[in-house]
Write a protein that binds this ligand. Structure first.
Ligand code: ZN
Length: 164
């Protein structure tokens, strides 16, 4: 039983037809070897990351990096939601290869900031842990895939909930 986070595994083998195509994964550990399902060569994993910077007690800004490009290994966009009514204090930064588009990134940033502003001060990543569920790697593959699908749905729903 492990805590899981979203990540995407990318094949880097330019002779493979899946090169740079992402495989959606849930990752039990920070160090995790992704093997491409098509060419069996070890690839690269981009993890979802969370951190808080700045000083103070209040979150005044949230940044969500989106549109990850595996060839450059960087995010092409960053959505920023900022409170202008108070002096800048804490900044919550999240980057996720799962977040593709600008509008989704902005909604996510808006929802996170709203949640952080209204709720108690949190530790790095704690807000996401509320969305986390547990998967068992030893489950039969069919059961594993069913649970993976359920978690995906919960994650989508929880974002909407945060936004409201
Ligand atoms: Zn491959």
């Amino acid at each position: 039983m492990s805590r899981l986070r979203w990540c995407i595994g990318y094949c880097l083998n330019d002779k493979c037809h899946s090169c740079f195509k992402g495989a959606f994964l849930l990752n039990p550990e920070t160090e995790f070897q992704f093997i491409c399902g098509d060419c069996d060569v070890a690839g690269y994993v981009e993890h979802e990351k969370h951190k808080t910077t700045g000083a103070g007690e209040i979150y005044t800004e949230c940044r969500v990096s989106f549109n990850y490009n595996p060839e450059e290994r960087k995010y092409r966009g960053e959505a920023i939601i900022r409170r202008e009514d108070i002096m800048p204090e804490l900044i919550y930064k999240m980057s996720s290869p799962v977040v593709k588009g600008e509008s989704r990134a902005l909604k996510l940033a808006e929802g996170l900031l709203s949640h952080l502003t209204n709720g108690p001060k949190i530790q790095n990543g704690a807000i996401i842990e509320a969305h986390e569920k547990t998967l068992y790697w030893d489950d039969p593959r069919s059961l594993y895939l069913i649970n993976l699908g359920k978690i995906g749905k919960q994650w989508e729903n929880s974002q909407k909930k945060v936004k409201d």
